[in-house]
Design a protein around this ligand. Structure first.
Ligand SMILES: Cc1ncc(C[n+]2csc(CCOP(=O)(O)OP(=O)(O)O)c2C)c(N)n1
Ligand SMILES: [Mg+2]
Length: 582
């Protein structure tokens, strides 16, 4: 029987599996030795193991990697406790549509269902947090199971797939080629795997509606980034004179220096928001084109953002998201293809009214942004006795380049970057864990993002913003950062509290629980203990030089900024509850 063309003979299942992963474009996995047979074999297939300290973080590294590389990220883990720690990052990937394959070891087949050490029902455990969970039990089904896992992750609405593999199966001799196990050649690890165009008749109807609308608005979500559709969105914005706002996950879908770009809208339009004065423009919209946008609670300010009379066109890969919260003209398809088709259709229509409306729209946006800049001028420049995140963000905004990548942890960090940083090109990336907004994922996502950036955009710098509570979940990965010598700059907003938790409790209950206050922590010292340069910032005047030095260093640096615990980003629901800080 001939062997797989170009593959090693007398191979084990583990090697064949690594070769199949390599065929799907995998060059690295996030792992910690297990399944050992796989990781021992995978270098022979050209796959490197990037070693995490903790599985929770490993899953987030695969997530950050996948978001930037726009290909399937791979994380591996042992059965039992290690596997349980993948639940959280896979849940994030499921909600945020991030393609990940998790290769998880099972106990040996002779020990199934006998209370084997660390045996757990992985099939049921992963079911609610993955698109696809299967166990490979036979060597001769290896290729089709691996292909199913990658297809599940990268096709349709991307997401996580879990491939379970018994430890003993990996050390078996690989099955010979047969009618069942024909050699496979396709690479299925790129996102989107398939591009489909929405029904041309529906696209034409959408173009009619947009051309006729008095106050159309586009609201772009993270789906633009997944599809790689930023250029097509920019072309639509420009050609059809359409104002565009984004969700937090969609930030960077458009160039925010473009005169038709509002900025981030949703629950972050409160006091001090770039888009605060633009709320009337959103409410006035008679037709909203939602793109790659799941109309979730935060993105719609608890579904209060649009007027009752607003009508919708909704373009998404996932037919279940289209019309979920707002009945809409349905455009089910890939954003890149469908936006291009929509722009072409609009080009056939009379856009004179749209062109005539453009100067007023631009003027309204410019005025809104100018009002915002005036509002924040003091807080972003003054030498406050306690450092303000607004100042850090403003200084950073002046130093970032269009190719740079910013990653934020959950909580306030995501909102600080959404509101204060400027996307300087269509497609610039600002990664936030908005799937389920778990604390602690900023640093590992930044590690994954930096590894991907080195593959696709070597000049890109990665900046990571974390709260002290969130950062406490992932300190251990500073050693990973150091070991991998990744030039990520991590800034910790050291306000000594679980800020969002505390402030939201005060708004809701008029008081807060005892859980929200920490004792003082010196994160710079923690960094230094891990071999990472640690810089403590205690005075506002120290922010700029510290940032400049850190970004120029091209090595891991942690900035521990002692931060005003009263600082709050512009969350709409805080309106009227706190004195204005400006
Ligand atoms: C894993 C996880 N646990 C708890 C929460 C609830 N939570 C949301 S924001 C927040 C406070 C975060 O504090 P910190 O990271 O210090 O950021 P800050 O708001 O102070 O900037 C908490 C506890 C969560 N989102 N994720
Ligand atoms: Mg905090």
């Amino acid at each position: 029987m001939p062997d797989h063309a170009g593959q090693t003979s007398n191979a084990t299942v583990a090697l064949r599996m690594a070769e199949a992963f390599r065929r799907h474009g995998v060059t690295l996995t996030f792992g910690q030795s297990l399944p050992s047979a796989f990781h021992l074999a995978s270098p022979h297939a050209g796959i490197e193991q990037k070693v995490y300290r903790q599985e929770n973080a490993g899953g987030s590294m695969a997530d950050g990697y996948a978001r930037i590389a726009r290909k399937v990220g791979v994380v591996t883990a042992q059965n039992g406790p290690a596997a349980t720690l993948l639940v959280a990052p896979l849940a994030e990937a499921l909600k945020a549509s991030v393609p990940i394959v998790a290769l998880v070891q099972e106990v040996t087949r002779d020990a199934f269902d006998r209370n084997a050490f660390q045996e757990l029902d992985h099939l049921n455990m992963f079911a609610p947090v993955a698109k696809w969970v299967k166990r490979l039990d036979r060597a001769d089904r290896l290729d089709d199971y691996v292909d199913m896992a990658f297809t599940a992750a990268s096709s349709g609405r991307p997401g996580p797939a879990v491939l379970l593999v018994p430890a003993d199966l990996l050390t078996e001799t690989a099955a010979p080629v047969s009618a069942l196990l024909r050699p496979r050649q396709l690479s299925l690890g790129q996102v989107p795997l398939d591009r489909s165009l929405a029904d041309p008749a529906a696209v034409a109807a959408a173009a009619d509606a947009l051309a006729a609308a008095r106050h159309p608005l586009v609201v772009a979500g993270g789906g633009i980034h997944l599809s790689g559709a930023a250029a097509e969105l920019a072309a639509l914005q420009q050609a059809a004179h359409l104002p565009v706002g984004t969700t937090v996950m969609g930030k960077g879908a458009v160039d925010e220096t473009h005169p038709l770009s509002l900025g981030v809208i949703g629950y972050v339009m409160g006091q001090g928001a770039r888009t605060q004065a633009l709320r009337p423009m959103v409410e006035r919209a008679d037709l909203v084109l939602l793109v790659g946008n799941r109309t979730n609670q935060n993105g719609t300010d608890s579904w209060k953002l649009f007027s009752e009379s607003t009508r919708f066109i909704h373009l998404d890969m996932d037919p279940m998201e289209v019309g979920r919260n707002y009945e809409a003209m349905r455009l089910v398809g890939d954003a890149k293809l469908t936006l291009a088709a929509l722009t072409a259709e609009l080009g056939k229509r009379d856009l004179a009214a749209r062109a005539a409306a453009r100067p007023a729209i631009e003027a309204e946006i410019a005025a809104g942004v100018a009002t915002w800049r005036r509002t924040i001028a003091g807080i972003t420049t003054r030498d406050a006795p306690l450092c303000r995140p607004e100042r850090l963000m403003a200084e950073l905004d002046g130093l970032l380049r269009p190719e740079d990548i910013v990653v934020a942890d959950a909580s306030y960090s995501s909102i600080w970057i959404a509101n204060y940083l400027t996307a300087r090109r269509p497609g610039q990336r600002f990664l936030t864990p908005r799937g389920i907004a778990g604390l602690g994922w900023g640093l590992p996502m930044a590690i994954g993002a930096q590894i991907a950036a080195q593959e696709i955009s070597p000049g890109a710098r990665v900046f990571c913003l974390c709260g002290d509570g969130g950062f406490g979940h992932s300190w251990a990965e500073l050693e990973t950062l150091r070991r991998m010598e990744l030039p990520v700059v991590v800034a910790v907003l050291n306000n000594g509290i679980l800020g969002y938790q505390k402030h939201a409790e005060e708004v809701k209950f008029g008081e807060h629980t005892i859980a929200v206050n920490f004792t003082a922590v010196d994160h710079a010292a923690i960094a230094r203990a891990c071999g990472v340069e640690g810089v403590r910032i205690e005075a506002s005047s120290g922010i700029r030089p510290a940032l400049e030095a850190a970004l120029a260093a091209r090595k891991p640096v942690l900035l521990d900024m002692v931060t005003d615990p009263d600082a709050k980003p512009p969350i709409s629901f805080y309106a009227g509850h706190y004195p204005e800080p400006f």
